[in-house]
Design a protein around this ligand. Sequence first.
Ligand code: SF4
Length: 375
Amino acid sequence: MNGIYIHVPFCLSKCGYCDFYSITRTIDKRRYIESIVKEIVLRSDYLIDNKIDTIYFGGGTPSLLKADQLKTILDALKEYFLVEPEHEITLEANPDDLSPPILESFRALGINRISIGIQSFDDGHLQLMNRRHNATQAVNTVLQAHQAGFERISIDLIYGIPGMSSESWNSNLLQAVSLPIGHISSYHLSIEPGTPFDQYRKRGRIKEVTENESVDQYYSLIKHLAEHGFEMYEISNFARRGEYSKHNLKYWQGGQYLGLGPSAHSYNGKQRHWNPRSLFRYYEMIEQNKQPEGEEIDLLTARNELVMTRLRTTWGLKQEEMVELFGMEEWNRLLAAAEPFMRSGDLQLIENNQLIFNKTGWFRSDGILTRIFRF
Ligand code: SF4
């Protein structure tokens, strides 16, 4: 089944660590909504078939759109795509944009999953990261979302924040698991070039946590969440009661998706496309009825992507799938490359010939993947 991603490139201010594409200028959103609707029409035959079961509003800050603007997009999607009865519609939201009436208006549109950008329950860390909410607002927003009828609530949490101690991270985790949520996405803070944090580091205003602190915080994350019923199903994603992100699973399990809006990426099983990372270049593309830039995926890239995406999940890579797509020889070649990491215990071949990462391998997974890729 296929999914649709809509990138909403607006933020009220820029967070210190963020390198997602978004603009902070206040602009009239009508042109954006019209462009998205036009893109839906222009690209409605992009996917191999037009049945979809996930819609994901990501950003930027989708919660800056009003309910009627979201409705215009959803109505257009329903006109041009067949939305399966068992569908998931996710909206990413920031706590400072939400209130009970706004949450109810989103829920009334059929949005059935909300992903709240909490990032931390520590006011000092929130200020350092230039987030607009405080810890009390974060907790209240989750409770309000629950009261508004959201049965599927996810939150984002960041660890490895400069100056973050183990105690502080553990108390973040304890706060998180006490809330009525079924999903947590948790990422290590990374300092990307060109972000305010990059400047702070250059000027010595912040200092990255040490590798040992990073490893400790990652292991605490896995341990605490497991103790509170959260299953780790992807390197940074945890679900209680089986509340996996159906949309994000498409990225890791080879599903097709159409990405709408500036900087959105699309994949139709054979090709990848990417929209311009600029709102105004995106408007131009749509006004000129142009398709985004793209590329065919060659065999070697497809092989590496299969290895990378499947190993990111705890279900790992099955021999059966790799052999079906690339042949037995390619599977054997992969096992030979993976052999040193199986010996060190980072990777493991389990029943049904599934290759998976072990606990020690998760933290080193980026480095290990590059060693088992083919170039
Ligand atoms: S982290 Fe989210 S809210 Fe903050 S600047 Fe980036 S996209 Fe905007």
